[in-house]
Design a binder for this molecule. Structure first.
Ligand SMILES: *Cc1c(COP(=O)(O)O)cnc(C)c1O
Ligand code: SF4
Length: 323
């Protein structure tokens, strides 16, 4: 069996097991066991969490706090279901189409804006690509396809390859983008076979990773990111600004430099969407702007991510700048 699949199978799935591993017995907050969107994190990520520290920034991204149940918000904060086409792609931005490639992820991020997404109903495009292929051909303004999810690298190479091959002959399509947290969660996912699939493709490939905190990039992750970029693949990073995780300019500055060391360029810094169950991660707007001002002052321009919000049903992300 492939190493990365083993890593998926041995991921932490129960609070009891995780808390014991992290030597956390007395907690300063209350947890619960969610039935929908349960606890999930791979061992490689758990290894980076400091033992006996209930406030570790990596731990806080994945812990189901009781606050999830009280907090208000939207089940579909971006109103994506207004734009979805069966069997699972979203055409909301003029020149790009986003594919819900799978409902699976290597990790369950508690702040995820798609945590309530009806994946079982809308994630059949990879297995049944004809409606999408016909749609892209018909809409010749579409230049880019974004494989999102879920995490497209949850799909095996055996599923990905035939799908990507079907994109080869579409002339108006120029760029294939993958939005993934897999590479840093389970670096073993980057198999020689996967690299071959991506580098031999005739379209330009862009990979957008999702790292929120510098502690998520250790030697192993840095090495694999360098390997991917040295193959000629553009790798960008998106982060979400999260309360008690990365809501300090120094943390985000350190993250930008760490990414740069691994040949990755910071792309977006998202402000939280108003998703039900994730409201306790929200950073006040004023504070977000103050942090961003510091980033502008302290970082070279090319290492400052764009701070954005995604207004419901908007045709593009909205840039936020300090006053
Ligand atoms: C965010 C998003 C994209 C990608 O937008 P970029 O600004 O190009 O990164 C595309 N489609 C949808 C539906 C999105 O939410
Ligand atoms: S990996 Fe991405 S899609 Fe999956 S839970 Fe995390 S934020 Fe959501």
């Amino acid at each position: 069996m492939k190493e990365w699949i083993k890593e998926v199978q041995t991921a932490f799935r129960t609070l009891e097991e995780l808390l014991e591993y992290l030597k956390l017995n007395k907690l300063p907050y209350t947890l619960y066991n969610p039935k929908q969107f349960p606890l999930l994190l791979p061992r490689n990520y758990a290894n980076k969490i400091e033992k006996s520290n209930p406030y570790d920034p990596l731990l806080l991204q994945i812990l189901p706090l009781k606050e999830e149940k009280i907090a208000q918000g939207e089940k579909d904060p971006l109103q994506e279901l207004h734009f979805i086409k069966n069997p699972g792609f979203i055409h909301r931005h003029k020149n790009k189409v986003l594919v819900i490639s799978t409902g699976s992820c290597p990790v369950h991020c508690r702040y995820c804006f798609r945590r309530h997404f009806p994946y079982t109903q809308f994630s059949q495009t990879i297995k049944n690509p004809s409606p999408l292929i016909n749609y892209i051909k018909k809409h010749s303004n579409i230049k880019e396809i974004i494989l999102s999810g879920g995490d497209p690298l949850s799909l095996t190479d055996e599923l990905l390859l035939p799908f990507l091959e079907k994109l080869e002959p579409i002339e108006n399509l120029k760029i294939i983008r993958l939005h993934t947290r897999f590479i840093t969660m389970i670096p073993e996912r980057v198999t020689p076979q996967l690299l071959e699939i991506l580098t031999l493709h005739s379209k330009k490939i862009v990979v957008v990773i999702h790292v929120n905190h510098p502690n998520e990039i250790g030697d192993k992750e840095e090495e694999i990111l360098k390997k991917v970029t040295l193959e000629g693949i553009t790798v960008l990073n998106q982060s979400v600004l999260l309360k008690n995780v990365n809501d300090k300019a120094e943390i985000l500055e350190k993250l930008s430099y760490k990414l740069f060391n691994a040949n990755v360029i910071p792309y977006y810094l998202h402000l939280m969407d108003k998703v039900e169950g994730g409201r306790h991660f929200e950073v006040p707007f004023k504070k977000a702007k103050a942090i961003y001002l510091q980033l502008l002052e302290n970082l070279p321009g090319y290492l400052v991510p764009k701070m954005v919000v995604d207004p419901p049903a908007s045709k593009h992300k909205k840039l936020i700048l300090p006053d």
